[in-house]
Design a protein around this ligand. Structure first.
Ligand code: ZN
Length: 501
């Protein structure tokens, strides 16, 4: 008996030392993070702080090999957890020990560590993998865009599965190191700052670092033959832009737009407060798709955005997202208005800045061109549903809602709100309810009814949003002209076209 007690005491001491979760209390993490729009996206049971991706890519064959090292903390006693991933996995290690793994569903990788993880424990997860991402189809598509000289990962709400395993939901943000080995003469572009670059035996390694929290869908990679331009803004911010050498007739217009990144960031900073990241820029690969995406610090633009000539409005939209969407990320995809309503509204403010029509004129025009029976009004920007998440109404009606807010609270309070939101929630996640709280606190007004009418009602609001001075009668009788910026803004409407090839 005495001997047994001693053994127990020793076991207890070992338990305390190693702090493992008892097998009895540990349970599997949820295969989704709990987003009603996308029940299988993201995962439960842990929180990632950093992704270290070490990749090798062959442009000729689209072969990608990688080792992902993921630093995570268990948020429950965890017997098993999922990653979201679609390429072939050859080995998984958790805290240095081989883990069992299985691919299930469309993009779930179930990992069973050799020993359960205790709540609060740090875990280092290593995943070795390979595949040809352009050939991997999930839910009927691939977000990996093959180009004549390489490939690109850029897609919303999902693109990570085709190049790294992750907790794929904006509610779990992390810092990133992305290291890519490519044949000499080919460039690899990713987020943040190029920390180093070196060549050996015909291969070049590019080491990119994003040192601020980043949502997984905002991580991007582009491999191909690029002209890379590096500048510094007056404020000292590095600007790195990259253009495929193969943009043909769109080359000049792409450069004439994207090279204005630094100037536009400076202008947006006057509206939204200091730029939140360590670098900025954009890249234009030779893809055939038509959309653009606010990938963090390094915006993805399709050449087709510039097929009609230069378009600074799309640059404004994607850079506005660096504050509204990237630094302050949504907690659930239903709150997409916090991203798109404000990025579209930034385009309206740019139009005003360029003397091509005021935001009020654009709001009046949107209100006028959609009759009450237009399906446009059936989409609620404040909760559009997964099928309408990137519907035009989320953008245009979403921006109308911002104009309605501006008219309700007045310019002084409105511009205070525009700055306070990205300041108070910098690098975090936030919800529509939190936005309402902040706007009510700053304005001293109750805004529930206004947000209900403009964001959450499937019908055309009875009255247009008029500037307080103009009055309803004036708005009703004034002829509504198409603002000069209208067509340029419309040309950006394929912005978040949903993974169409
Ligand atoms: Zn957008």
């Amino acid at each position: 008996m005495r001997k047994r007690m001693i053994v127990s005491a020793v076991s207890a001491a070992l338990l305390l030392l190693a702090n493992p979760a008892s097998a009895a209390s540990a349970t599997p993490g949820d295969p989704g993070i709990g987003d009603p729009y996308y029940p299988t996206y993201g995962n439960g049971g842990y929180d990632v702080s950093h992704y270290d991706l070490r990749l090798k890519y062959q442009p000729a064959t689209d072969q990608l090999e990688g080792t992902a090292t993921i630093l995570a903390t268990a948020t429950q006693n965890l017997s098993r957890f999922n990653l979201d991933f679609a390429l072939d996995v050859s080995e998984v290690l958790v805290n240095g020990r081989k883990a069992a793994f299985a691919a299930t569903g469309e993009q779930e990788l179930e990992v069973t560590p050799a020993a359960p993880l205790a709540k609060g424990a740090q875990a280092t997860v290593v995943v070795r993998y390979s595949g040809i991402p352009s050939k991997v189809v999930r839910y009927g598509f691939t977000a990996w865009l093959r180009t004549p000289d390489g490939g690109v990962a850029a897609g919303e709400p999902e693109s990570a599965w085709w190049w790294f395993p992750s907790n794929d939901h904006p509610a779990d943000k992390a810092t990133f190191d992305v290291s890519v080995l490519v044949p000499d003469g080919t460039q690899a572009i990713s987020n943040g700052v190029l920390v180093s670059q070196s060549s050996k035996l015909g291969w070049t390694r590019y080491n990119w670092r994003e040192n601020k929290p980043q949502a997984t869908y905002l991580a991007t990679i582009a491999i191909g033959k690029f002209d890379v331009s590096t500048e510094t803004t007056a404020g000292g911010l590095p600007v790195v832009n990259a253009y495929s050498k193969d943009l043909g007739d769109n080359d000049g217009a792409a450069r004439a737009s994207v090279q204005r990144t630094g100037e536009i960031v400076d202008w947006l900073s006057t509206l939204f407060g200091p730029y939140p990241f360590s670098a900025v820029g954009g890249y234009v690969p030779n893809v055939r798709t038509g959309y653009a995406l606010e990938t963090q610090t390094r915006v993805f633009y399709s050449p087709r955005q510039f097929a009609g000539g230069s378009n600074t409005s799309v640059v404004v939209h994607e850079l506005a997202h660096q504050w509204y969407g990237d630094s302050v990320s949504l907690e659930r995809w239903s709150d997409i208005w916090l991203n798109e309503g404000f990025a579209r509204y930034a385009q309206w403010l740019w139009s005003e800045h360029e003397n091509e029509g005021t935001a009020q004129e654009l709001a009046d025009y949107v209100y006028a061109v959609h009759p009450a029976d237009d399906a446009f009004w059936t989409v609620k920007p404040g909760d559009p549903g997964p099928d309408n998440q990137f519907d035009l109404a989320v953008y245009d009606r979403g921006a109308l809602a911002v104009q309605a807010l501006r008219n309700a609270v007045g310019d002084e309070k409105f511009f205070e709100i525009l700055k306070a939101w990205p300041t108070e929630h910098r690098y975090g996640n936030a919800t529509l309810a939190q936005f309402q709280d902040l706007a009510e606190r700053i304005s001293g007004q109750k805004l529930g009814d206004l947000l209900q009418v403009w964001l959450l009602t499937a019908a055309k609001p009875a009255n247009p949003t008029t500037a307080p001075a103009a009055g309803l009668a004036a708005a009703a009788t004034a002829p509504v002209h198409e603002p000069r910026s209208w067509k340029q803004i419309q040309a950006t409407n394929s912005l978040h076209e949903h993974h169409v090839g």
